[in-house]
Design a protein. Structure first.
Length: 385
């Protein structure tokens, strides 16, 4: 069927088709005109109302919610970390879909909060990933709502990595890259939840890709039985390193913003202390990731002859891609294809910006024409390697 100026096919159950034909005849109309009119006058307002109601159901972030992240003045009577670690994962690096570190910092805060609730280090794994997702989604909505425009957290990419939300479909005016598709919202939300768990809260130490929390040495997993595969039989705890990261308490978004720091004074989703601690964790537990960052910094140092006062300064992203591909840098040899390398490069550049190692050039445009430069902190870090 279709309307006069925009024909589209649509299929009906036989029983529904019969009922619609009867209703059309009762109203003295042909089937197509009747259905088209009813879609416009009845169905569209109903769907719009349901969409608005769904948006209204999103819980607002409250002062009480900040307690999930709060460590102000807390002294633990119970040890909320364990000594066990997994050592180095010498053949692994952070996944190309793990683009930001804020979700990881948020996750260790959630795990610490759950550990305190239970009074012991280990927390049921399914409870941890469920709470991390719920808190992450709600916090993302909060960051989207609290500031808009030049200093908006969403516009500046600070919410990237947090769970996917249908709200983003309505944020094209704020730079949203989320496409509208015919896939049901419920399916997209489920897929977004799975991706969040896979790339940010997954703890699978024996898998080919064990998860970012494991690779950085932040958590330890135990099972009730040595061969347990059921998620309900697993428990997760912070390592000493994970506990120290959670206890820093100086994250720009989880702490400083809550205490009144204006958005325009927040330039990075990580604090300097968090950057140093994560860099240390990468160096200790994930050497290929560290080697990749070092090689990128060397390329930037060797090829950036412009000054920060230039309108376009730093090395172009496409040039950086060509350098890595043409010289077949050892740490990137497992990328296998230009498409994989492109994905891995985008992710590692985002993570390196979080870590304060590189900055994005002034006057940039999106895509391959982005330009990057090594910061003083980046130069200091790679020279110490």
């Amino acid at each position: 069927m279709g309307v006069k100026d925009y024909p589209r096919q649509i299929y009906f159950l036989h029983s529904d088709l019969t009922k619609l034909e009867d209703l059309a005849r009762e109203n003295g109309q042909i089937f197509e005109d009747y259905v088209a009119a009813m879609i416009h006058s009845k169905l569209m307002p109903l769907l719009e109302k349901q969409t608005d109601e769904a948006k209204a159901e999103i819980e607002k972030w409250t002062k009480r919610d900040w307690n999930t992240f709060s460590i102000d003045g807390m002294i633990d009577d119970v040890n909320h970390s364990v000594e066990q670690t997994y050592g180095k994962y010498s053949k692994n690096w952070l996944n190309g879909h793990t683009t930001r570190f804020l979700p990881l910092v948020m996750s260790v805060r959630v795990l610490l909060s759950l550990s305190r609730e239970r009074g012991q280090p280990y927390v049921p794994y399914d409870e941890f990933i469920s709470r991390a997702y719920d808190v992450g989604l709600k916090f993302k909505h909060h960051l989207i709502d609290v500031e808009e425009g030049k200093h908006g957290f969403y516009e500046r990419g600070f919410t990237e990595g947090l769970p996917w939300s249908a709200i983003e479909l309505e944020l094209s005016h704020r730079g949203s890259k989320v496409r509208k598709t015919n896939t049901p919202i419920a399916d997209r939300e489920k897929r977004g939840q799975e991706r969040f768990h896979q790339y940010y809260t997954s703890v699978k130490p024996d898998s080919l890709y064990p998860g970012a929390l494991v690779l950085l040495g932040l958590v330890h997993l135990k099972s009730e039985t040595s061969s347990s595969r059921r998620i309900s039989d697993r428990s997760v705890a912070l390592t000493k390193q994970g506990y120290e990261l959670a206890m820093l308490g100086d994250n720009p978004l989880l702490d400083d913003y809550r205490h009144g720091t204006p958005p325009n004074r927040i330039h990075n989703p990580l604090s300097v202390g968090e950057q140093r601690m994560i860099l240390k964790a990468i160096a200790e537990h994930c050497p290929i990731e560290a080697e990749r960052m070092k090689e990128i910094l060397v390329i930037l140092q060797n090829n950036d002859n412009a000054t920060p006062n230039s309108r376009h300064w730093g090395l172009g992203r496409s040039d950086l891609f060509d350098e890595i591909r043409d010289f077949e840098l050892k740490s990137f040899t497992d990328t296998r294809s230009p498409q994989t390398l492109n994905k891995e490069l985008s992710a590692i550049l985002s993570r390196m910006q979080d870590l304060g190692l590189i900055s994005q050039g002034a006057g940039y445009v999106s895509g391959k024409r982005k330009r990057f430069s090594c910061t003083y902190r980046g130069e200091e870090w790679y020279q110490s390697r």
